[in-house]
Design a protein around this ligand. Sequence first.
Ligand SMILES: [Zn+2]
Length: 331
Amino acid sequence: MVNMLDAGHIWHEEAATQLLLSTAQPRIRFKKFTVNEEKEDGADWLWWWVDRDGTSYGLLVQAKILKRKGKRWSIDFTYKTKGDDRTQLSKLIRAANRFEVAAAYVLYCGDPEYRATLACDRTHGDALCKERDRVGVSTISALVAETAVSRYGKDSGVAAFHDAVPVEDIANPDSLDTPIVPLARGLAEDFDRFLRQPQTGSRRVAKELLRPVQQIRNGQFAGAAVMQRADPVSGAFFQDIPNDYGHFSVPYLTHMLRGLRADAPDYVRDVLEGRTPPAWVTDHVGGIVVIPDADAPSTTAGRIAGGVERLILLDSPDAPQPLRDHPGQVA
Ligand SMILES: [Zn+2]
């Protein structure tokens, strides 16, 4: 991203994704498919975290750029193709149903210099929003984006960026996993424990993706949480969760958590074992990313400080080197 900016250009989503994935492998595995350009969901990628015991979490991911146009910052969540009334955002949420996972965005947000004029008046601990560490490659649930669009319209990009979590941090075993406070009481015991107790690996990823969604729900005046049980999703970890919508377009707990499974789907095993997944998968996604051993303990002692952005997905002994060092800024 920085190299393209230095050359006077904006980077491209697909190029950034290619660079991210090729830099993060072999720690992660990925397989790219040649998809029919006509397919509306063909640009999206499936991301799966797989723990050593098989526990897995899946996301359908669309890549977006935090764009600067004069003084305005935007992310084109509501892009529409000609002759189609549906927004890309609503199509992404719907497309995630095919794979029974949550829909999410990976946001490419450049470096602090690029974001210098971005104004967010909310705080993140003691860090300025635009100067937060590692936020150059971040992720948010599509439900967070949906809320940002309905609340902030043209300024939804800044709101979404504020809620975005650095990809490196979503399964970071060194960071604090504070309890998520549910709106409803009397939840099933396993689900209640998941919300309240620290998690690792795939469960942690699911929890970090859910966290801002639940925060949004807790702030909505949508009446008391619906406690009616959602239809259980076959293979999903939690079989008893409330069918609560809040102001979201879908029952948010089911949407966020159906991709948390006791075992990885067969098409994920295909990627791990070098086979090509079936056509119902390859025809509808640009590729699959698998993050194996998502529950592996961190081995890196120091964290990166000083607003340095690096393309390292997860701490591991064979973590790839950053593409480009920023001399004098590495703590
Ligand atoms: Zn912010």
